[in-house]
Design a protein around this ligand. Structure first.
Ligand code: SF4
Length: 242
């Protein structure tokens, strides 16, 4: 029986998770920030991935970490030097926020990025998504995350009628109901649903014909009933996507 703090399960939730995780084990990309649980390295990747595509971040990620290998080296750097190291990625406010975060972590948390999403959200440049991402990807906390890709998958799979008026609270609630309670599985689930949104259930087109969760996705099942529409629904370009 579900405890008071555990939200009720969604229909097909277990099968959705199983199918997604199986697909991710075979198809997930080998990205550098998936090979580490270092909170500082995860934070750097998450700041870079805000508004920048994966391919471009890959080009800059290691160079930035070579220059600032620890949160201490970043905190001690001059703002101008940090900005210069960010050149090519654009949206320089992210670099300034990351720098301020490093200084705040040194000052307030003895140089250790916290694992608690509420403490993370109090840091510069950290919103609900980034707090959840650092907690999940660095500390393997069973915390839901919802970015543009995940929101799109959740809408199409569970709330297709909300496509034109996305209710973010509803999507966060759905992510919270789906996420496995074991930290390692939660890490894999968050990576997997993000990957599905980046590679299969994309903004430009939903490739339902090759999607691993089609049988338990409301939109995918509707396209199954319309055999001529094999590709699935088209969508407009999102504001932020990996
Ligand atoms: S079945 Fe189609 S709409 Fe559903 S998650 Fe897969 S690609 Fe997206």
């Amino acid at each position: 029986m579900a405890s008071k703090s555990t939200p009720p399960a969604l229909p097909h939730a277990a099968e959705f998770r199983q199918r997604l995780l199986r697909w991710f084990r075979r198809n997930g990309r080998d990205l550098p920030w998936r090979r580490t649980r270092d909170p500082y390295q995860i934070a750097v990747s998450e700041f870079m991935l805000q508004q920048t595509q994966v391919g471009r971040v890959r080009e800059y990620y290691h160079a930035f970490l070579d220059k600032y290998p620890t949160i201490h080296t970043l905190a001690q750097a001059r703002p101008r030097a940090v900005r210069e190291s960010w050149e090519g990625l654009g949206y320089y406010r992210r670099a300034a926020n990351l720098h301020r975060l490093a200084r705040a972590v040194i000052k307030q948390h003895d140089g250790i990025i916290p694992s608690d999403p509420d403490q993370l959200r109090a840091l510069p440049g950290v919103g609900r998504y980034t707090a959840g991402a650092v907690a999940s990807f660095a500390y393997e906390r069973a915390t839901p995350v919802v970015d543009t890709n995940i929101a799109r998958v959740l809408r199409r799979a569970f709330h297709p009628r909300a496509t034109h008026s996305p209710n973010l609270a509803l999507l966060w609630d759905t992510a919270g109901r789906l996420i496995p309670r074991r930290g390692k599985s939660a890490w894999a689930f968050n990576q997997a649903i993000m990957e599905l949104g980046a590679l299969v259930c994309t903004a430009r087109i939903a490739k339902c014909g090759v999607c691993p969760v089609r049988a338990v996705c409301k939109t995918g099942r509707a396209t199954l009933r319309r055999p001529r529409d094999r590709a699935g629904p088209r969508q407009v370009k999102p504001r932020r996507s990996r």
